[in-house]
Design a protein around this ligand. Sequence first.
Ligand code: ZN
Ligand code: ZN
Length: 407
Amino acid sequence: MSEHAPEIESYLGTTLKRRYCGLADTLESRAELEAIRRNIHQNPELAFDEVRTSGLVASLLDAWGFAVTRGVGGTGVVGTLKCGEGRRSIGIRADMDALPIHERTGLPYASANAGRMHACGHDGHTAILLGAARQLARTRNFDGTVHLIFQPAEEIGAGGGAERMLADGLFERFPCDAIFGLHNHPGVEQGNFLFRSGPFMAACDTVTITIRGKGGHAARPHQSVDPILVAGSLVMALQSVVSRFVDPNEAAVVSIGTLHAGHAPNVIPDSARMEISVRSFSPDVRASLENRIRQLAISQAEGYGAVAEVDYVRGYPVLVNSERETEFARQVAQELVGADKVVSQAARITGSEDFAYYLQQRPGCFVRLGNGANQPLLHNAGYDFNDENLTVGAAYWTRLVERYLGR
Ligand SMILES: [Zn+2]
Ligand SMILES: [Zn+2]
């Protein structure tokens, strides 16, 4: 990798201007990228159902001269382009799936599929990577192999698209020395890059606790075992997990998202059920959270004569950016948009990403790209991807490939 290749090279007596992709290079395709992005936005598809989207991606890649492999890990697509004799290779990933949300933006290109919406900007991530594909195929200013990975089903948690693509032999069939990805980030100025070396996004686990008591008449509580009382007590006890059992220098989240029990005021129900989201940034903290939650559930229930069943499902692991690749990607972004639009070590994010699975197997960097300071948040029915980022993102990927696979 020649990270500091000269901008201008003399070659055979003629001056050859050696230039990496800049913002202006992708501007001419802005209108086309916007049309592609809005087309995908209008036709959102849920996890592993991205048939139309992946078909569109595959046919564009094919038309631009990529070797296209369809059906990787379900509806995933990989586009491969090789230039020169270089043995190095790089992977860049975009996600394609939408969410089960009913869109309320009122935009002319709003979702045509009721109850489905691109509320996480994966339409934008896909269009950005297509923009880079087009530019790379046009200029072929690199020496090596680039694999563009269009992944299905990022949104569904355990068993999602990254796991499926890896299980389908992604890195064996499409060897990558390193892998890179991006996600838009509402709440930050459009076009600003947030990098972080090391743990960046949280591991996310989901716990379902079922408390089994003994139902009966509300008038005779002494003849019942009340699961609602146990649930109430457990809700309070769980607040101690982060505050009393996690090192204050670490970060963790335990949020109870659902709590259901009973159906009538004069009946003590048989059972109560709660679902909890648990987030952490290190394997040790992750393990101790699980231990503590299990112990609390079981002992609290026992204390009231009930029984707790704990179903602890591990979701996406912590996303860890490798130091060298993060520094490299940061330099690329800085060259492109200037240092004032690049944050080198952003705060950790308690959201999770299945890009983490790729980073367990290859070095690489996942970056967040500002979607606008006052934009609706991700997974909100009013959210929309900021099209100003189409050219910024496409230029970032193109330049990153050109630099990583420098001639
Ligand atoms: Zn999302
Ligand atoms: Zn997302």
